[in-house]
Design a protein around this ligand. Structure first.
Ligand code: FES
Length: 269
């Protein structure tokens, strides 16, 4: 049986160039930084999602996003903002089992992250004008990558989870005496605003708000929303990276306060 025909830069119609690239700049730097950044986040998030310690500050009602929503009997008393739906969970199931798989799906199928990890982890291709190491290229036309088309559905769930995070941030305006706020609230609120920036700047959101319209003039409200989302969309990559950072900062701060390592800087209450 003959070998399948080469595709991409090695197909019969492309110029025969022996070198993998003629670029002489540091084209490898961006993929390298991407690998480092994404690896740090995945390792941190995985460890924190499973350790089940220091995720809730009872005095101030701070709940880290990595444990929200917490709906099992294993959750710390007070941290189940939406009630207790299931009994004790074994240690191998994260307490945020309702949200984490969808958040993972949302980010994995994100148009920006796809570009980032296709280039950096799969070298497919690693940069413009740098040939990928494989001879064949099927893109997102087959399993498993055809599942990337489910992104729009992950967007809907991601939208709901952003509402959950917002609710958590509002409930955190609390002190043992009633209303109060401190540095933890500032961090939680900034994190939520940026999470909304990431969610609303999603390409699927842009399509939901303004897609399939023949006449913007007949839909002025949708046109305004689409214009707003389109502006955010130009910053989607920045939101993607910044929110990885703010998620770590938010979780880290709550972990330090919850464990008694530092005290929350209180402004009121
Ligand atoms: Fe990135 Fe939808 S979240 S494109």
């Amino acid at each position: 049986m003959s070998a399948p025909a080469a595709t991409g830069v090695r197909s019969a119609t492309r110029a025969r160039i022996a070198e993998r690239t003629l670029r002489s700049d540091r084209w490898w730097l961006t993929p390298l930084l991407t690998v480092l950044g994404l690896t740090v986040f995945v390792v941190y998030a995985t460890i924190r999602s499973f350790v089940r310690t220091a995720y809730w500050v009872d005095d101030y009602h701070y709940l880290t996003p990595f444990y929200s929503p917490c709906v099992s009997a294993s959750c710390a008393p007070g941290s189940s903002h939406f009630g207790v739906w299931v009994g004790e969970l074994p240690m191998w199931i994260p307490l945020a089992f309702l949200s984490l798989p969808f958040l993972l799906g949302f980010r994995l199928t994100c148009y920006y992250y796809r570009k980032a990890y296709y280039r950096s982890f799969w070298l497919s291709p690693p940069a413009c004008a740098v040939a990928e190491p494989r001879a064949r290229y099927t893109g997102e036309t087959r399993l498993p990558l055809i599942l990337q088309n489910a992104h729009r559905y992950f967007f809907y769930v991601g939208f709901v989870i952003s509402l959950v995070n917002t609710y958590d941030a509002i409930l955190a305006f609390h002190s043992p005496g009633g209303f109060g706020f401190g540095l933890g609230n500032v961090i939680l609120v900034v994190n939520v605003i940026l999470l909304w920036g990431y969610t609303l700047s999603c390409h699927s959101c842009r399509h939901v708000t303004g897609g399939r319209l023949k006449h913007f003039s007949k839909h002025p409200v949708r046109y305004r929303i689409w214009t707003f989302v389109s502006k955010l969309n130009t910053r989607h990559m920045q939101f993607a990276w910044i929110t990885l950072g703010t998620l770590i900062i938010t979780d880290c701060y709550i972990m330090l306060v919850a464990s008694g390592t530092i005290s929350d800087l209180r402004f009121v209450g």
